[in-house]
Ligand binder design. Sequence first.
Ligand SMILES: [Zn+2]
Length: 145
Amino acid sequence: MMVVYDLICDSEHQFEGWFKSESDYLEQNKQGILCCPICNSTLVHKLPSASYISTKKSQLVSQKNMPKKSRAQIDRIVKEFSSYITANTEDVGNQFAEEAKKMHYGEVVERNIRGNASVDEVKSLKEEGIDVVPLPVLVDKKKLN
Ligand SMILES: [Zn+2]
């Protein structure tokens, strides 16, 4: 499991950072590796809340809760994010909820997956203590498939 922190930079841009652990976050922040995806500021700190996802990859940043940006900036970020997701996750399609549960209970090897899940499936995952992170709505589904 990974830990996801809501991060904020000194210009109050909010974004998520995915880490192996809290000490991974602290180490990256100390080394100045962490930076805001909008303004590249390395003056980043953690907001109080945290959530978990089913992946082993660190330093993935999603585009939730971001302030308004130009169309070109959004296109660039979405393109980079899409190619990151495509390169680093396995598409399990409609088996997403089932695979996430299998990983949670150790029935299959833990890995990074993406796929589709209904509202009910996501609800049932959360009831079993499995949190999943939705992809940004702007991700080009065609590129993912
Ligand atoms: Zn910023």
